[in-house]
Design a binder for this molecule. Structure first.
Ligand code: ADP
Ligand code: MG
Length: 264
């Protein structure tokens, strides 16, 4: 576990999470605990439910059953009683929006605003969502763009940036919301191979600051070097999880072995 681990309450606790899309039972009882300050890398074949799990944690999808706690807070619901029995009540969308501000997410596609500079992209949500002043938002954006190595590119538009640079802007934009948890969904999968390293380097340095991170990736080297925990998902469940060394070098489950044999 990395040096950033602060306390006993896990940053994320997913308990028996189920998600159905119509007849498709996509998540079939996912359990996952991510200690505060740790990095969890999620591996698994396409279609196994990795993105759906991240989207549920981030409240981009409603869940069918189960519970998700982030920083000890139940996501999406309030606990109460109905006719004397314990019951859950869906939160107001405004409350869900507040919960979501704790979580930063970086997608495979960077989705920057094309008509705004790198700096403008990092400023925007700080003003719109957090209500920061323009000058405070700008100061924070300047600092974060420096952290992701883009000081010289802050006045460039997305079309003038490489994919790796755009993804680093997207990371800075997520960090500008001061999240307690960062979710990465295949952040390097859309990049040309020579641009993957610069994005992984930014993620690694973020991990070193003690940020809690869940990273879906096929970058096994990153998993080996940066993860505190590796989780292998298939068919909507966690098949195997453990220390990187254990899961990557001597997986117990046949499905994990087959998957690793294909990606390594
Ligand atoms: P992964 O990220 O591991 O590749 P996903 O979570 O994207 O897997 O998808 C898991 C399964 O859920 C797939 O079969 C996919 O087709 C299905 N799925 C994902 N999103 C939706 C949706 N909005 N509606 C219907 N099916 C979906
Ligand atoms: Mg996916």
């Amino acid at each position: 576990m990395s040096a950033g681990v602060r306390d006993e309450t896990p940053m994320v606790e997913v308990v028996d999470l189920h998600k159905e899309f119509g007849d498709a039972h996509v998540l079939r009882g996912v359990d996952l605990t991510v200690p505060t300050g740790s990095v969890c890398v999620v591996l698994g074949p396409s279609g196994s439910g990795k993105s759906t799990a991240l989207r549920c944690i981030n409240q981009l999808e409603s869940i069918t059953a189960g519970r998700i706690y982030v920083d000890g807070e139940l996501m999406g619901f309030r606990e109460g009683t109905h006719r004397g029995a314990p019951a859950l009540f869906a939160l107001h969308p405004r409350e869900i929006a507040r919960q979501r501000t704790k979580i930063g997410m970086v997608f495979q596609r960077f989705n920057l605003f094309p008509h705004m500079t790198a700096l403008g992209n990092v400023v925007e949500a700080q003003v719109q969502v957090l209500g920061r002043s323009k000058s405070a938002a700008r100061a924070r954006a300047v600092e974060l763009l420096e952290r992701v190595g883009l000081t010289d590119h802050r006045d460039h538009y997305p079309a003038q940036l490489s994919g790796g640079q755009q993804q680093r802007v997207a990371i800075a934009r997520a960090l500008a919301m001061d999240p307690e948890l960062m979710l990465f969904d295949e952040p390097t999968s859309a990049l040309d191979p020579e641009l993957v390293g610069e994005v992984l380097a930014v993620m690694r340095s973020l991990a070193e600051t003690g940020m809690t991170m869940i990273v879906v990736t096929h970058e096994i080297g990153f998993a080996r070097e940066v993860a505190d925990q590796v989780v292998f998902m298939a068919d909507g469940v966690v098949v195997e999880q453990g220390l990187p060394e254990q899961v990557l070098t001597s997986p117990r489950e046949a499905r994990t072995q087959d998957f690793l044999a294909r990606v390594l």
